[in-house]
Design a protein around this ligand. Structure first.
Ligand SMILES: [Zn+2]
Ligand SMILES: [Zn+2]
Length: 342
């Protein structure tokens, strides 16, 4: 089969002919119908985040059709539409048993630690496959497995309650999913913070109050929009020390700031004024859980999470257009999503 693979970090991906993998007893062989090209993939290609073993097929946002089932994968049959949780987990270790499968001792991420979806077929443990309803196109099934799932995990980690207020810092793919999911979870008021007018307008269309941080300090704006109170939940989805600080400073009494964006830089907190005095919390968010995927899929099916405007282009399973897409992601960041349709 054809696969587009990372052979050497810092170099373009290469198309290679590789054998179609054979499913073990608990595995599914899935014919890939859609694989999202994610900003993380640009980091992997550049060598900013280690991928091993090499060569390896990239692609961690995958949806397709079950082609073959292992003898113990009894919940699936050939022809089933599925979307894939990007972590292949064991289901046995202490973390898996406690429901923290993102820390699975032998967990391997598809497209990073084992072959991913930039290929005609992918092998996945059946426990990481979820049925994709007919109403959801494969392209949407693929991309919701990454950014939308992480947004949901962030809101869950922040323990968002019905009637609470939320500020979302960063209105890319994660942010627009976060706004819609916060609404589904019953948020009373949602503020969308960014500096790009088109993103603010999109956030407004999904029901958030746009807060343009280019005009005036966003914390001041959020405070004045909440009668001085601040928000119950703040999500930081950018990965900048400045916006992390703003997320913390925008919190109300008992507020929770969930940090999703990645940086190796430090940010400052005034312990008494910003945390202790109001019992505020700063919470780290890593990936998402398999258990969070079924409700997410259902909300997309019901149209409560609308991903129809997120995908702006599809490309064939060829090294040229995939590398060009990754080049563009490196140069301009995320501008809508591109999905490979083999
Ligand atoms: Zn991704
Ligand atoms: Zn495990």
């Amino acid at each position: 089969m054809k696969a587009v693979r990372l052979v050497q970090p810092g170099h373009p991906l290469e198309a290679q002919e590789v054998p179609v993998p054979a499913p073990g007893p608990g595995d599914l062989l899935v014919r890939v119908k859609a694989a999202g090209i994610c900003h993380s993939d640009a980091h992997y290609r550049a060598g900013k985040s280690p991928v091993h073993p090499l060569p390896l097929t990239l692609g961690h946002e995958v949806a397709g059709i079950v082609e073959k089932v292992g003898s113990q994968a009894v919940n699936f049959k050939p022809g089933d539409r599925v979307c894939l949780h990007y972590l292949a987990t064991c289901g046995q270790c202490i973390h898996c048993r406690q429901g923290n499968d993102q820390f699975c001792i032998s967990g391997a991420m598809i497209g990073k630690h084992r072959d991913g979806g930039y290929a005609e077929f992918i092998l996945i443990p059946a426990r990481s496959a979820f049925r994709l309803p007919q109403e959801i196109p494969f392209e949407q099934g693929a991309i919701m497995m990454c950014s939308s799932a992480t947004s949901l995990h962030a809101l869950n980690k922040a323990r968002l309650q019905t009637g609470e207020s939320v500020a979302v810092f960063g209105l890319g793919g994660l942010g627009l999913s976060a706004i819609q999911l916060a609404k589904v979870l019953g948020a009373a008021k949602i503020f969308g913070v960014d500096i790009i007018p088109a993103k603010l307008e999109m956030a407004g269309r999904f029901g958030a109050v746009p807060v343009n941080a280019a005009n005036r300090a966003p914390v001041e704006q959020i405070k004045s929009l909440t009668a001085g109170r601040g928000v119950d939940v703040a999500l930081e989805l950018i990965g900048l020390p400045l916006t992390m600080q703003q997320a913390v400073r925008s919190l109300a009494i008992k507020g929770r700031a969930a940090l999703v964006g990645i940086t190796d830089k430090r940010f400052e907190v005034a312990p008494y004024e910003e945390l202790i005095n109001k019992e505020a919390e700063i919470i780290g968010v890593s990936d998402h859980l398999a258990d969070e995927l079924p409700p997410l899929i259902e909300w997309v099916r019901q149209g409560k999470l609308d991903l129809s405007n997120v995908i702006n282009r599809t490309v064939p399973l060829e090294a040229g257009p995939i590398n060009e897409t990754l080049d563009r992601l490196e140069q301009f960041g995320q501008q809508g999503r591109v999905v490979i349709t083999p």
